[in-house]
Ligand binder design. Structure first.
Ligand code: ATP
Length: 575
């Protein structure tokens, strides 16, 4: 398939915002795509070259893309920069400059989708001395062979700004519509995607045979998208919702998913990036398990022998960075509190109940470093409250209540797990939001160039970010300097194309850094666009940053729906 056809569809997609319309455009398009080309096409629509756990990344910043545009279009770099300063969109800059050049030359050959994809993978894999020059040369060649419209999307893709506004749910809908004419196959597709985290692979298998998707199974080295917990505000509500249930401590550590097949072990982060090299101690222990193939997950915490306590997530990370991996493994050994299991020797366990999965867990763990996340079965709110208060006394985040009959709900926030956390000020919980801009300091803060951040949550239905809070307080001097440093590197001239906003910071930044925010209350506000209807959105009262969440990507922040649920939860709490 020619990339020209894809670029034309991309242009159509970015001009519309209605999900139904996008779904039908995509379904019609997928129908025309040869089945061996669907996998790379899906990755490209997602703006990636591979699923996150294979981490094939381009590593090309704006500067390199500007050099390639300059040499392909025959303009000095300064000229490209000037055009970019005006357009604020490097893709559009490439398009307009190449447009002028193409009127003068007739040389370009037709760019094939697979050729383009393979060339981008080649760029990503180029490393070592002189690799940056080679990357620019390869990108220049691609631009030489592309039409102006194609170059718009190639450039946006390489700088990580493709953002067609098409979320994974829309792609899954389109696949279902393609074969069934409606969304009836969506559930099977969803499950397959959630247990392998590879939408390109799911689409490929589905195009070959939708029957295969029905029987899709968990497999070592294809991490599952983690299950998420709903929140309720007290033990009574939890018991009313799920009845007799298991209660586990909620540890504030690093969520890790461990895969073993024979001698091979991989450990994935919550974002599904490979972290194996970070945990040599855990790898050794996992290798020694007697199961040939196994997949399980847990929360890792470093143990402070001197103080006889576990470090929190932030301390665990800091120690590892400061003391090096080998050193800190000795001084602050990691324990993994294993809380779920998905697969043993060819058997997919994700459809089995919590009670059943727990039986397997108890047979295998604890080992020396792989501890079992202890649980207690409770039937009343009073019993649960005692466990919750104990957890708080032990300085833990709270508890997780788990439905005894529920399967593992990969990729979903469901009432299979319910978290009950200690309150922060008056709020029931903290939220995670991505920084989309920052302010300059005023008054006594003017000496730091940093005065606060504008943050946004994510609306998966529209694929957009919506603002929720300006945060100007709660920073130490050191934190202000740190934020200034990291945000300055990702400054951009215009807001992200996917951001809906009503308030403007001094500087926009690419949505990248996620922060956990405590607050007093969720209120309605005309300034922030979270869940906005009739000019009223949702905003946080007295927001304070708790910490930077390095285990989160920008699309994994709190969602609009969660904010609205939390807004209503407050009224219940006040009663
Ligand atoms: P939070 O911001 O409240 O930590 P989260 O947004 O990271 O939550 P949630 O789905 O809301 O994710 O809460 C589940 C998280 O709690 C998991 O990601 C996991 O890292 C952590 N956790 C700690 N202890 C447990 C446990 N016993 N069972 C399951 N998850 C646990």
């Amino acid at each position: 398939m020619l990339f020209r056809e894809c670029a034309e569809v991309f242009e159509k997609l970015e001009s519309i915002s209605k999900r139904l319309e996008m779904t039908s455009i995509l379904a019609d398009f997928f129908r025309k795509v040869p089945s061996n080309e669907i996998q790379p096409l899906i990755y490209m629509i997602q703006g990636i070259l591979s699923p996150p756990f294979l981490s094939v990344e381009l590593g090309l910043g704006e500067r390199f893309a500007i050099s390639a545009i300059a040499s392909s279009a025959g303009y000095p770099i300064k000229e490209v920069e000037k055009n970019f300063a005006k357009s604020g969109d490097l893709g559009k800059t490439a398009e307009s400059l190449l447009e002028k050049k193409k009127q003068l030359s007739l040389s370009s050959r037709k760019l094939d989708l697979i050729y383009l994809y393979n060339s981008l993978v080649k760029i990503a894999k180029t490393s070592g001395a002189g690799s940056q020059e080679l990357k620019i040369k390869l990108l220049t060649e691609l631009l030489n062979n592309s039409t102006p419209l194609e170059s718009r999307f190639i450039i946006r893709f390489v700088i990580g700004e493709l953002r067609l506004g098409v979320g994974d749910p829309t792609i899954l809908d389109a696949l279902s519509v393609l074969k069934a004419g409606d969304k009836s196959l969506r559930e099977e597709l969803d499950r397959a995607y959630n247990i392998c985290a590879d939408l390109g692979l799911v689409a490929k298998i589905f195009m070959e045979s939708s029957e295969q998707i029905k029987h899709f199974k968990v497999k070592p080295f294809n991490p599952l998208i983690p299950a998420l917990a709903e929140r309720l505000s007290n033990s009574e509500e939890i018991i009313n919702k799920i009845g007799k249930c298991a209660v586990e401590n909620k540890f504030d550590g690093l969520r890790l998913q461990c895969h073993k097949k024979g001698e091979l072990v991989e450990i994935y982060s919550r974002k599904l990036e490979k972290m194996t090299h970070m945990f040599p101690d855990l790898v050794k222990e996992i290798k020694s398990l007697k199961q040939d193939e196994i997949i399980f997950e847990g929360e890792a915490l470093a143990f402070n022998k001197k103080q006889d306590r576990y470090f929190s997530f932030q301390e665990t990370i800091r120690r590892r960075r400061k003391h090096g991996i080998e050193e800190s493994s000795k001084e602050f050994p990691l324990n993994l509190f294993v809380f779920d299991i998905f697969y043993i020797d060819g058997r997919d366990l994700t459809k089995e109940s919590y009670t059943q999965r727990r039986k397997y867990l108890e047979q295998i763990f604890p080992t020396t470093l792989l501890k079992l996340s202890e649980n207690k079965i409770v039937s009343t709110a009073e019993e649960m409250e005692i466990l919750f208060q104990n957890a708080i006394k032990e300085n833990l985040e709270g508890i997780m209540a788990k439905d005894l009959n529920s399967p593992y709900t990969a990729g979903k926030r469901k009432f299979a797990w319910i978290k009950l956390k200690k309150s922060y000020g008056k709020s029931v919980d903290t939220i995670d939001a991505v920084i989309v801009g920052y302010y300059l300091g005023k008054g006594s803060r003017a000496k730091f160039k940093f005065g606060g951040v504008l943050t946004a949550i994510h609306n998966p239905d529209s694929g957009k970010f919506e603002t929720i809070a300006n945060i100007g307080s709660g920073f130490t001097e050191e934190e202000m300097n740190n934020f200034e440093k990291i945000l300055n590197k990702i400054k951009s001239k215009k807001p992200s194309k996917n951001l809906i906003f009503k308030t403007e910071p001094d500087f926009w930044v690419k949505p990248k850094y996620v922060v956990e925010i405590a607050f007093d209350e969720i209120t309605q506000s005309p300034t922030h666009t979270c869940g906005m209807e009739n000019d009223k959105g949702y905003a946080l009262r007295f927001p304070r940053i708790v910490k930077l969440r390095e285990d989160r990507s920008e699309n994994e922040v709190t969602t609009t729906k969660e904010i609205i649920d939390m807004y209503w939860l407050q009224f219940k709490n006040k009663k």
